[in-house]
Design a protein around this ligand. Sequence first.
Ligand SMILES: C[S@@+](CC[C@H](N)C(=O)[O-])C[C@H]1O[C@@H](n2cnc3c(N)ncnc32)[C@H](O)[C@@H]1O
Length: 274
Amino acid sequence: MSARNQMLLQLTRLPFFLKLWNRMPLGSLRTRVDYGIFPYPHYAYGLFWAATLAAALDIGRISAIEFGVAGGRGLVALEHAASEISRETGVAIDVFGFDSGAGMPAPVDYRDLPHIWGPGFYRMDVDKLRGQLSGAELVLGDVRDTTAAWIGQSHAPVGFVAFDLDYYSATVAALQIFSGTASTHLPRVHCYFDDVTTNDLGCMNPYVGELLAIREFNERSAERKLCLVEQLRVHRHRWEKWQGRMFAFHDFAHPKYTQLVVSPERADSQLPLG
Ligand SMILES: C[S@@+](CC[C@H](N)C(=O)[O-])C[C@H]1O[C@@H](n2cnc3c(N)ncnc32)[C@H](O)[C@@H]1O
């Protein structure tokens, strides 16, 4: 590790330093992505690597999606991160936010965890949010209708998705975003799942909610899988609670899945001894 990174690591251990850095977000984009200096650091992380992957594959435009928008804090954060990441990587990013526009619908059954969430939770003030957005598009309506309709239209390939719909039934519907041909998504798509954990009363488990939707998705196909990005703790400078919620969609049959995305010089480099 470089001396600069050693020093930054020591500083981030000081309780006030991260707060201060977030308030004054100095430093390069890559450094701030690596240290999580963004209002939604998990969105910045996923989107940065999606755009980096697109650039390596010579894909000039991608789509970034938030499923479940509510008041819009996440979508505004995604939009801000997108404009900075786009400037830096040269990859254009179209941002979409899917939501009913009227808060949570009625739960379908116990798999939607009605003991934690219920109809009308998290209402959106549509006009207010529209006034805060500069380029992101709101896709309003039940995701059981809007997702399939969206994938049937022409859009840049999906590069990053945040799933924050809370319900199993809604997440199953939103996962149709990965049902299109290879041209509709990058070979690997960073995906953040907000609700693979709940509060202590919720007792999240693999038979309900997002975890069940992910498991059923994975059982359906040998070639399209959603997998946790393993061991993020080892690759990042410090533990952040979103690390256990970062997944990637893999389309193993995608024509670009096996394309080399690291620089060819890496092949000639020597691994350090010991
Ligand atoms: C927890 S909130 C999202 C919070 C937001 N991501 C944030 O970071 O501020 C969940 C949202 O999912 C939406 N939602 C749940 N089920 C839905 C469905 N079937 N169709 C459309 N939206 C749905 C609700 O309207 C609600 O606004």
